[in-house]
Design a protein around this ligand. Sequence first.
Ligand SMILES: [Zn+2]
Length: 193
Amino acid sequence: MEEMILRLLSARRGHFVLESGDHGNLWLDVESLFLRPAALLPIAHELARRLASHRVEAVVGPLVGGAFVAQMVASELGLVFAFAERRAGANGVTYAIPDALHSALRDRTVAIVDDAINAGSATRATHAALVTLGARPVAVGALLVLGETALPAFAANGLTVEAIARVANELWEPAACPMCAAGAPISSPLASP
Ligand SMILES: [Zn+2]
């Protein structure tokens, strides 16, 4: 199933310049996950099965990709679904859950579901929004967790992580990149695998 996800993500190994300017050895095309919902369904089913053991009452995902997966999981388990919206403000990026959905989440045990978690900023911001409105997040579900950057913050908040796939994700500043040091050419993200 891990391979199935990486195929749906068009995951490729190479020498990439990432949006942040760092160099990395993995390229993912997260949007392509949602091209074929029927292919994603068995993976969402497995994630739902794992999250069911946490006895959650609602599933919440950050827009865009996280909410698509969260909705599949909620549907599978017959639970309440809600989404968090990204808001860029003076204090940086936050995620907010629409007011109309708050009463359905208050005092509920909740799983936060995301597509791919790297630094985990969207997941953590969704967690903060849930705690603020009085919900009880207990688990994080993801199709893919990249590296381990996000894990300490989840553990500190008492969140158990259920991930279908876990992939090492190494990033370097260009000056420290071992692939540059070895003279490896930069790969094009658009090249065919
Ligand atoms: Zn490099």
